[in-house]
Design a protein around this ligand. Sequence first.
Ligand SMILES: NC(=O)c1ccc[n+]([C@@H]2O[C@H](COP(=O)([O-])OP(=O)(O)OC[C@H]3O[C@@H](n4cnc5c(N)ncnc54)[C@H](O)[C@@H]3O)[C@@H](O)[C@H]2O)c1
Length: 321
Amino acid sequence: MAVLVTGGAGFIGSRLIERLLRRDDAQIVCLDNYNDYYAPALKHANVAGFETDPRVRMVECSFGDAAAMRRLFDEAEIEFVVHLGGYAGVRYSLENPFPYVEHNVGGTTSLLEAARHHSVRRFLLISSSTVYGRYAVAPFQEDAPLGVPLSPYGASKRAAELMGFTYHDLYRVPVVCIRPFSIFGPRLRPDLALSIFAAAILDGKRLPLFGDGSIRRDFTYIDDFCDGLESALTADGVVGEAVNLGHDEPIAVRQVITTLEEVLGKKAEVERLPEKPGEMPVTHADLAKAKRLLGYRPKTSFVDGVRRFCDWFIASRAAHQ
Ligand SMILES: NC(=O)c1ccc[n+]([C@@H]2O[C@H](COP(=O)([O-])OP(=O)(O)OC[C@H]3O[C@@H](n4cnc5c(N)ncnc54)[C@H](O)[C@@H]3O)[C@@H](O)[C@H]2O)c1
């Protein structure tokens, strides 16, 4: 199977590629532009384990280059696309909305165009739980009405989904919109709360807590999420659908801090700060559709996931110091 993974040097993309390489027939294109939203050195470290594998073609370019994407799809005879690339931070999008429109909406469109002209067997468009927006009723169901997204990031993901569904409707591009819920584990992005909190605790610095810590997130372990992605590549009945991949067990930010303190064996020095705009009070995946269509069953508890994340986090900091 020839699979294009966009954002292949990122947190989720690099883990997915490692998993796909367990298959004998895997031919992977790892596409990334190594942008500096966070340190490119971390992205280079993410791909170190597979960049010289003869079954992996490393391509450094933007998927926003429509002509390059058309050439790539033809040359590499792409059969499956897992479109993970993009700008992923909620808070950054409040101050810097333009890259979200350029990459998440415009760039996604150039991939859909390439997929339209070079027909593919499946196009997984990785969206986000943020598309549920304001006043969404938890647990979030894929086919219930969506609210207005609370950030330009959420709006860009919703726009990309709409583009995907339109390409499915008009041109039969076999799009599946996957909605991830707070994926975490080794290689987690440094801009996410778990990374920021772990660094503050280990360094004995103040841990910034925006609001009272009652916000809840449906934390989902990376390997459970990748199980869902792999099923979605071949499952019947999912094309043209949106599917949640979450854990169905929202955890309060306060609890996240307590768990990190326990796992790291050190107390946090919490600094309470005013609540930030853009954040949903809760995210919570209804998994009935993922179970029915993908046989999806998340297996990793939050505590076990945090242990594995912390082991990696400590080793990675030592390697980059
Ligand atoms: N991590 C989560 O909890 C989470 C939750 C919901 C949705 N998502 C979505 O999952 C996807 C992957 O997230 P992640 O956490 O691995 O993020 P990440 O930032 O680690 O990975 C994204 C990668 O895309 C690359 N990229 C960005 N624009 C590009 C372009 N135009 N051309 C080529 N490469 C480009 C970046 O360099 C980066 O390596 C994103 O689309 C994100 O919105 C993630």
